[in-house]
Design a protein around this ligand. Structure first.
Ligand code: UGA
Length: 442
């Protein structure tokens, strides 16, 4: 098939590369000429395991091309994916201007009957609006499909190639059969393709993220409770997750969920509920609790330093991990940045390390005149050198089994705030650390 993918962000790039991998001819389109020029040289705008290799291979075989020329890319297209961004507007609702602008372009330039697939995360009712906009300009029949994407950053390629399920909202047999053919290679393991109406498909995406964000937030609040009553959240988590009805995934407490999806989608769904008179009270509380949780690392650093009689102003804080989660250089809504910003505002010094996100962080702080109050260290041990406290903000694998004696020797004071519960409290205490983690008392 000839496939056009509009938008070369996380979703668009992964969809394009993975569909090319199954033999289709894929054209990926973006308005950002610099990004397209880079992609034409196999330079990717994001770090995602396995993606660069996939792009290089499929480009070399001529199945994957990058262009800014949307009309040309639509000439032969049988399926067009819309994968442009839906950033939060000022009121928390999803900004659909990119999606609707693309819809108009598709309407103007489509040259044959085709399926228009909405991959971007969009509120219920958006597909109907897209259909109206396309219909205003189109001279050929078209079929709408809502096909939300459930991939996780850091495992995006793997998630797309081996999904738990594929959700397809369709309203015509034509769209149903084209999409079933397209996805057949990815569900050979027996995972389901769930066909449904378009509104249900649109809502499923938000509902899935809402359920996951709620699980995490509930565990975060239970962790805070554990600290007050002297319980250990690790035990509680295992005890709860062993119930077959609950399951063990996504119950890990931490410094609040971040990333480009959960915070934005939770807020957008809360807005939708309010707009249609079906308030999502639980989810509104999740959003509020998560914003509070994003301050937990800062509060723990402040308390830990106070307990050691060290003023926060002027203290040096080593921060391990900047990305919102491992295997990505994405800093969006990262709890590590919430920590960094709060520390800098309080007059502390920050020395940060991250295995892949340091260039992105340097760019983020480039226009702030911080002098040597913010430094980036080449290794995690360099970051710890001379610091008054070490904070683990992201659960990168390389932070799981460090040489604790070396850290002890590097730090000016043996204080650790472990925001991801990577280390064993008893072991750290035995080595003489003042050790603080999430939902566990030392
Ligand atoms: C999330 C969903 O997991 C994907 O299914 C969805 O497709 C995606 O959003 C999206 O809407 O596009 P992602 O944001 O890449 O994926 O990352 P997650 O692995 O879900 O992690 C999100 C946040 O939750 C991170 O800050 C992570 O540290 C936190 N988290 C996750 C916890 O605090 N505890 C956990 O047990 C799991």
């Amino acid at each position: 098939m000839h496939i056009t993918v509009i938008g070369t962000g996380y979703v668009g790039l992964v969809v394009g590369a993975c569909l090319a991998e199954t033999g289709h001819d894929v054209a990926c389109v973006d308005v950002d000429a610099a990004k397209i020029a880079d992609l034409q040289r196999d330079v990717l705008p994001i770090y995602e395991p396995g993606l660069e290799e996939l792009v290089r291979r499929n480009r070399a075989h001529g199945r994957l091309a990058f262009t800014t020329d949307l009309p040309a890319a639509l000439t032969d297209a049988e399926v067009v994916f819309i994968g442009v961004g839906t950033p939060p507007g000022s009121d928390g609702s999803a900004d659909l201007s990119h999606v609707l602008a693309v819809a108009e372009e598709i309407g103007r330039h489509l040259r044959r009957e085709l399926v228009i697939v909405i991959k971007s995360t969009v509120p219920v009712g958006t597909a109907a609006r897209v259909a109206e906009v396309v219909a205003e300009h189109a001279r050929f029949p078209f079929h709408l499909c809502s096909n939300p994407e459930f991939l996780k950053e850091g495992a995006a390629v793997e998630d797309f190639l081996r999904p738990d399920r594929v959700v397809l909202g369709v309203e015509s047999d034509y769209a149903r059969s084209v999409m079933a053919e397209l996805y057949a290679p990815f569900v050979r393991t027996g995972k389901p393709i769930l066909f449904m109406d378009i509104a249900s498909a649109e809502l499923t995406k938000y509902a899935a993220n809402a359920v996951l964000a709620t699980r995490i937030t509930l565990m975060n609040e239970l962790a805070n409770l554990c600290e007050r009553v002297g319980a250990n959240v690790d035990h509680v988590r295992r005890g709860v997750g062993s119930d077959g009805r609950i399951g063990p995934a996504f119950l890990f407490p931490g410094p609040g969920y971040g990333g480009s999806c959960f915070p934005k989608d939770v807020k957008a769904l809360v807005r939708t509920g309010l707009a249609v008179g079906a308030p999502l009270r639980v989810l509104a509380a999740v959003d509020e609790a998560n914003e509070r949780q994003q301050r937990v690392l800062f509060e723990k650093v402040r308390a830990a330093l106070a307990a050691a009689d060290v003023p926060l102003e002027g203290a040096t804080v080593a921060v391990w991990g900047l990305a919102f989660k491992p295997q990505t250089d994405d800093l969006r809504e990262s709890p590590a940045l919430a920590l960094g910003d709060a520390l800098l505002a309080a007059g502390a010094r920050v020395v940060a390390h991250d295995p892949v996100a340091m260039s992105a962080a340097k760019r983020r702080y480039a226009d702030r005149e911080l002098g040597d109050r913010l430094r980036f260290a080449p290794t995690s041990y360099d970051a710890a050198e001379g610091a008054d406290v070490l904070v683990v903000a992201t659960d990168w694998n390389e932070y799981r089994h460090p040489n604790l004696a070396r850290i002890r020797a590097a730090l000016a004071r043996p204080i650790v705030v472990d925001g991801r519960n990577l280390w064993d409290p008893a072991k750290l205490a035995a080595l003489g650390f003042a050790y603080y983690s999430i939902g566990r008392v030392t």
